[in-house]
Design a protein around this ligand. Sequence first.
Ligand code: ATP
Ligand code: MG
Length: 458
Amino acid sequence: MSGTPSTPARPSGGDDPTAGKSFRTPIGTHDLAPPESGRWVALLGTFIGAADRAGFGYLQTPIFEDIGVFSRIGEGTDVVGKEMYEFADRSDRRLALRPEGTASVCRAFAQHRPTTPWKVWYQGPFFRYEAPQAGRYRQFHQIGAETLGTDDPDADVEIIALTAEFFGAIGLQRVPLLLNSMGDADTRLAYGEALTSYLQRRAADVDPADRDKIERHPLRILDSKRAATAAVAAEAPQITDFLSGETAAHFERVRAGLDALGIEHAVEPKLVRGLDYYTRTTFEFRAASLDAAQDTICGGGRYNGLVEALGGPPTPGIGFALGIERLLLACDAEGVFDVPAQRAEVWVIDTAGGAAARDLTHQLRSVGVRADRAFDDRSIRAQMRAADRSGAEIALIVGTDEIDAGTVTVRPLRRADGGSRDMPQQTVPRSELLVTLRTVFDVLNAPAPASADSSNPA
Ligand code: ATP
Ligand code: MG
């Protein structure tokens, strides 16, 4: 037998045990469908605008990578140690679904050696085996950006300003920025010792579920959400007291830069972030409108050792990642970024078989009009209902009379904002359709005179 245990035989057609079964999305994953998906597209568009103006180019890396790329983040972290989707492919390569973006960006940098500074942004799905709940999923989506190849504190400021600009553009108000510095390797060493001996003294007060971290991962104690642990953490020594002259100066330059740009921030010495690779600046935007367990919508920081750990030259970097689902939850909570569903501007009603609808929608789309139609040769009433439901401002009606005369009937339905406008329908030669449409759009959507009642009478 040549079959290996790692490639079990798959059921063949006839005795497929899943035949006739209905399927659902796996736990912790979701479909994204209209109209909600329109909001995602608009969100991405807004970010792309901000990233483009700031000189960041789009980077797309594979969704799975050699598992070693991610283990460099730190074997002791939850992301790698507990949450990673690992698998072997059919040739027994050890791979993992990407749990985060920075390691892949650094792998790409080490592989391609681009000129610096290398400023890139990314977006897409990420995977972590977590307990699903609101704002926490197994497949979630991030937008991120990274600047590699410079230690300049202004690069930190630029990265933070990009996120602040983006949040402003989508209308989020209640997302305070917390800032900290992790110093350098010496800082972490000295601080780690001070923190561990403090925690050892207070071990009895630490929540039992967190106690093993005292030796294994003392920094993790600081961002524990358990009340007893948090009380101990509140009195712990602070990393900002252990910064070397150089890293303290870097931190001050970042803070001064944020002040100069009017970006409010608070220093939070307990902000140590979940990944091992951070040095110097770390930051988070937390949504005041969300539950504390899932209120971090964006996290980031400087990592000056990661490219080297991935086989590249020593290269400093700074970046952030934000969770799109959580960002949208925060938008909902604040009642902002309510993107109207995509709708047609013009609806073509064809009672003569459908050929006119086929041709007219095509022509209108090619000159930039959002045009749509019903299918299946429905009755004129059914087509009118579809036109109404669509939210289109104008219906174009083509029946046998219009076809014989080479005309189209233009029937104004409503203003783009939904309000009604009293405007008669008119039948015009096909050759004049575009001009007529433009006029009708203009009249429909002209600001209403103060005296006229443009509200929907219904
Ligand atoms: P948390 O402490 O909430 O688990 P994290 O520190 O693990 O967050 P990062 O690795 O910094 O998160 O990821 C950046 C952002 O991605 C987070 O701020 C969050 O908005 C989002 N995010 C992380 N994990 C998930 C998840 N499982 N589901 C949805 N969004 C997530
Ligand atoms: Mg996490």
